[in-house]
Design a protein around this ligand. Structure first.
Ligand SMILES: Cc1cc2nc3c(=O)[nH]c(=O)nc-3n(C[C@H](O)[C@H](O)[C@H](O)COP(=O)(O)OP(=O)(O)OC[C@H]3O[C@@H](n4cnc5c(N)ncnc54)[C@H](O)[C@@H]3O)c2cc1C
Ligand code: FES
Length: 263
């Protein structure tokens, strides 16, 4: 983990409510693994000193990019950042997605910024499988062309039916999972998911029912981002009950089997 003063190379509306922020980060960029995130200090955000976590969308020797939506004070302030401005980053942080198991069909499931969080995994996996993208409407569905160009079979659902199948992402995932039968030993699908909590739980529950492994990237408010403050904890099952696990350090990616969901 490194702290780096980066410079904004590009900052523009990407699609719908999402913006693309590209940063020159020659130290952090080459170190990023799929599913990891950076903790970003938003310039000129005087009333809130905490950094904000963002998944790394793309990364290379020169730097990295994020895709973000405006939801509050920090991301609103981030929209004003200009090309050439300095942005402090901590990263790469967290435990990301593992490689896919031998002979497994990789399956990506994304909602919201999940498409960005899964892009590096989609690029790096040696085998390309099926990617299920869900959103409220067509403009929430990001990067379909890019995933298809990597060789993924992309299936889209939208709540309002403006693109793909009408309904939640599970409307497309369920029939596909049904076709696969049950996981058995060393065969079947392995799922990698990032999106809203409800979606993650639905994906995890379905995978476990079928005997498939699912890796879920959990979204929690984060203060320190490095495992020291415990603002980001979830309950992780143990042999005797449960323990606290930190999404910023032990996660954000967890095996669905480990997560003790709370109502
Ligand atoms: C590991 C990780 C990766 C992330 N990657 C991305 C990404 O690639 N793109 C993206 O757009 N967003 C991403 N997020 C979410 C992003 O960090 C929050 O949207 C951002 O911190 C909100 O800051 P804010 O100051 O604008 O909002 P605030 O003013 O802090 O909050 C606005 C509202 O959003 C809620 N909120 C704030 N932070 C979070 C959070 N982390 N999870 C759920 N609700 C929150 C608050 O409770 C409040 O209701 C990620 C979060 C995590 C934990
Ligand atoms: S954000 Fe501080 S421990 Fe995770």
């Amino acid at each position: 983990m490194t702290q780096e003063k980066t410079t904004v190379l590009e900052h523009r509306v990407f699609q719908g409510e999402y913006r693309l922020l590209k940063l020159a980060a020659p130290v952090i960029g080459p170190l990023v693994q799929p599913g990891q995130f950076v903790h970003l200090r938003v310039p000129r955000l005087e009333n809130a000193v905490l950094r904000r976590p963002f998944s790394v969308f793309k990364a290379d020797e020169e730097g990295l990019s994020i895709l973000y939506a405006t939801v509050g004070m920090g991301t609103e302030a981030l929209t004003t950042v200009e090309v050439g401005e300095e942005v402090s980053l901590l990263g790469p942080l967290g435990t990301g997605f593992p490689r896919v198991g031998k002979n497994k069909i990789p399956v990506l499931v994304a909602g919201g910024y999940g498409n960005a969080a899964l892009y590096l995994q989609a690029k790096n996996l040696p085998v390309k499988g099926v990617a299920f993208f869900g959103g409220r409407s067509a403009e929430d569905i990001l990067c379909v062309d890019e995933f298809e160009a990597l060789g993924w079979d992309v299936r889209v659902t939208t709540d309002d039916g403006s693109l793909g199948t009408k309904g939640l992402v599970t409307a497309a995932l369920d029939p596909w999972l049904e076709e696969q039968g049950s996981g058995g030993r060393g065969q079947g699908a392995e799922l990698f998911a990032c999106g809203p909590n409800g979606m993650l739980k639905a994906v995890g529950d379905r995978a476990l029912e079928k005997g498939f492994t699912a890796w879920l990237s959990m979204d929690r408010n984060m203060a320190c981002g490095v495992g020291a403050c415990l603002t980001c904890v979830i309950k992780r099952k143990t042999e005797t009950g449960w323990e606290w696990a930190r999404c910023c350090k032990d996660g954000p990616v967890f095996n669905a089997e480990e997560i003790l969901w709370e109502d």
